[in-house]
Design a protein around this ligand. Structure first.
Ligand SMILES: Nc1ncnc2c1ncn2[C@@H]1O[C@H](COP(=O)(O)OP(=O)(O)OP(=O)(O)O)[C@@H](O)[C@H]1O
Length: 303
């Protein structure tokens, strides 16, 4: 059991031993199964050195919410990836971590890898998984991965937007839940399906001040999320519009999601008739859903 408040100093020696044994067994399994990549959720590792002691013939991919916490001696031996989101379930952590590794070309989408993780904040590793994105993710089975324009899904803009969406879903605004849509892509190609519900609050501001990569802009996004409608973001991460209503035509290519209403229908439909990718934050369920080509391709739920 994790202590309430996730006191990082309170890891019993026996628990640290459990984590070390799990890591040892993981590397043993990798050798036996000839698996060459191991994803480690670094947030849960108290003593990172025992991972280095094990590394031979495997690539270690460290996933972290805070790259500054990764010890320097690790860096030449591991790939370090930033993991967006907060309070995700463990299965969502796995899914997101693996997806990000695939998007960074560190893992093939049909490659079997080992993942070790623990409860966020617990500093204990307690879970070992053998997984393969193509085998274990329904969407990857149904779709041709290569069909997704790499410039969109493999972009740092997509990963950053996912991070923003997960943070908004997890934190809300002034104690209230947030619901919104982010649209990523070449917006001029689907401008005809966009209508302003209110005057565009981004208009007239320099591009550098409304880029999703700018940390200071995050709070503005949180404020603008209170407006009905969607954020329209170009491929370089500049928010071109906010408070925008999506009005795409009906298309047979749209797969509606059960249990959701107009927001999710609009987000799905726009991707059916354009090359845009949309990410929704659901006000009713706090889930974050990524749509592409008319379908939900990824879904993350908060707990
Ligand atoms: N076409 C659209 N474009 C942009 N925003 C929309 C559109 N349709 C609805 N919305 C926004 O979504 C809000 C919620 O609508 P609704 O409850 O029907 O959607 P939902 O898919 O169930 O979303 P949620 O899970 O967030 O409640 C509306 O108040 C409106 O602000």
């Amino acid at each position: 059991m994790t202590t309430k408040g996730n006191d990082r100093t309170k890891v019993r020696p026996s628990e640290n031993r459990e984590s070390k044994l799990l890591v040892n067994h993981c590397f043993g399994l990798a050798r036996q199964l000839r698996i060459t990549k191991i994803l480690v959720f670094a947030e849960s590792v108290l003593d990172q050195r025992y991972i280095l002691e094990n590394k031979e013939q495997v690539s270690i991919i460290l996933l972290t919410k805070d790259e500054a916490k990764i010890r320097e001696e690790f860096l030449p031996h591991c790939s370090v990836l930033s993991l967006p989101g907060q309070n995700l379930s463990r299965s969502d952590q796995f899914q997101l971590g693996l997806l990000i590794a695939v998007l960074h070309n560190l893992v093939e989408h049909d490659e079997t890898v080992l993942c070790i993780t623990g409860l966020v904040g617990s500093l204990r590793l307690d879970n070992l998984l053998i997984t393969n994105l193509l085998r274990d993710n329904k969407w990857f089975q149904k779709h041709t991965y290569e069909k997704i324009p790499k410039k969109i899904l493999r972009s740092k803009e997509f990963i950053r937007l996912l991070d923003i969406a997960l943070r908004l879903a997890g934190q809300g605004r002034e104690g209230k839940k947030i619901g919104t849509i982010f649209v990523l892509g070449d917006y001029k190609k689907y401008d005809k399906y966009l209508t302003q519900l209110v005057l565009n609050p981004c208009k007239g501001h320099p591009k550098r001040n409304r880029n999703i990569h700018d940390n200071d802009f995050f709070e503005t996004i949180r404020e603008f999320a209170a407006l009905d409608g969607a954020f329209i973001i170009d491929n370089s991460g500049v928010v071109e519009k906010a408070g925008t209503y999506l009005n795409p035509p009906a298309s047979e290519n749209t797969k509606m999601l059960k249990g959701f209403g107009a927001r999710h229908a609009a987000a799905a439909s726009l991707t059916a008739v354009s090359e845009a990718l949309t990410i929704t934050v659901s006000e009713s369920s706090s889930s974050v859903i990524v749509f592409f080509d008319g379908s939900a391709i990824l879904q993350f739920n908060h707990h």
